[in-house]
Design a protein around this ligand. Structure first.
Ligand SMILES: Cc1ncc(C[n+]2csc(CCOP(=O)(O)OP(=O)(O)O)c2C)c(N)n1
Ligand SMILES: [Mg+2]
Length: 336
């Protein structure tokens, strides 16, 4: 079988005028380098558990670039999955903050060292808490979309999750709540299909060949996209987001992505042979279509590797949370 690669031509790239190739590349490399650093931390004494997004950098980077970032109903709300580091970086998260959460330091701005890595939350940017129980975000997301429908304006809600999780009832609830006649919601429902739920292959457990097509039964428009191609992803996301933003109706998009290091540190986090690598493919594209030199690309990577290393050195010096704070920010304040 021929090796799959980016199908977009330079002409199509030129057509999508707002796509900034080097800006996308920078963020993709930064995200890959960050995740590789986090994996190394999980194998040394710098972290306990890793889960993250190597293989989703193309799709998640352009998603982040298209989001209207801000606080409150006039901006986009995000209900994300745990493979979304590239999106947070594209929104402006410093690399060091993810490293702080991985190292369980009190300086971690998302959970003060208490949650797993890649479990972001940021009120100022409308990033709702990422949870370990999968798919719950699909049942919750219509809540912000509903508030935005009533509020008016151009803010939309975006929810992401995996293929396996779409088998849970929360996904059906999301389709149902987003499409009630006369109360259709401004929500972009994204499924990132990496063909696996931990160790269960997609083909063994899904009678539905195209997950997004399930939206059709609810009168929701849907589409699929090659999530390994940042240009195709940009164009498709741009169209889908414009549709939701201006029609105030839902849209369901399924992106086919890779899972380059397996499920998590629980499955070893080793490189998986045979998966498409969006970064390799985009580098190839930049070199052949835009004549960018290999050395220049390598320099960019080195720069982010240095940033990640310096960040780790700094984070190692930072304090852990104090045991006395264990019940803060829980339902059982004070432990009662
Ligand atoms: C409600 C719930 N059920 C089961 C699990 C265990 N679990 C963690 S990740 C995962 C697989 C998720 O697969 P998918 O939705 O395809 O997302 P991916 O990890 O592939 O991105 C499962 C079953 C969980 N965390 N929460
Ligand atoms: Mg999956």
């Amino acid at each position: 079988m021929a090796k799959a690669s980016i199908k977009t031509s330079a002409f199509e790239l030129a057509k999508s005028r707002q796509f900034k190739a080097m800006k996308v590349y920078h963020n993709m490399v930064k995200a890959r380098v960050l995740e590789q650093r986090l994996i190394k931390m999980s194998k040394s004494e710098d972290g306990f558990f890793w889960i993250g997004g190597p293989g989703e950098e193309a799709f998640n980077t352009v998603l982040g670039q298209l989001i209207h970032k801000g606080q409150g109903l006039d901006y986009d709300y995000m209900h994300f999955h745990y493979r979304q580091s590239a999106t947070l970086l594209a929104l402006g998260m410093p690399m060091i903050d993810a490293i702080r959460q991985m190292n369980n330091k009190v300086t971690d701005p998302f959970s003060q060292g208490r949650n797993f890595v890649n479990h972001f939350v940021k009120k100022e940017w409308n990033v709702m808490p990422i949870t370990s129980p999968i798919e719950t975000q699909y049942a919750i997301a219509p809540g912000t979309a509903w508030a935005q429908k009533r509020h008016g304006g151009k803010g939309i809600t975006i929810v992401t999750g995996g293929d396996a999780g779409s088998a849970e009832g929360d996904f059906a609830s999301c389709l149902n709540f987003s499409s009630r006649p006369g109360m259709e919601l401004p929500i972009l429902i994204i499924v990132t299909n990496n063909q696996f739920g931990i160790s269960t292959p997609f083909q063994q457990v899904h009678g539905d060949k195209i997950i997004a097509k399930r939206a059709e039964a609810f009168g929701i428009q849907w589409d699929t996209v090659d999530g390994n191609d940042p240009i195709a992803s940009y164009n498709k996301l741009y169209e889908a987001m414009e549709y939701v933003r201006f029609s105030r109706r839902p849209f369901c998009l399924e992106a086919y992505v890779s899972r380059l290091h397996g499920h998590s540190s629980s499955s070893g986090a080793a490189v998986v042979e045979g998966e498409r690598d969006c970064l390799d493919e985009f580098e190839q594209f930049l070199r052949t279509q835009l004549m960018i030199e290999k050395n220049d690309l390598q320099e960019i990577r080195k720069q982010y590797e240095q940033e990640a290393l310096e960040a780790l050195k700094q984070v190692r010096q930072e304090p852990y949370p104090d045991a006395s704070t264990i019940y803060e920010h829980t339902f059982a304040q004070g432990g009662n």
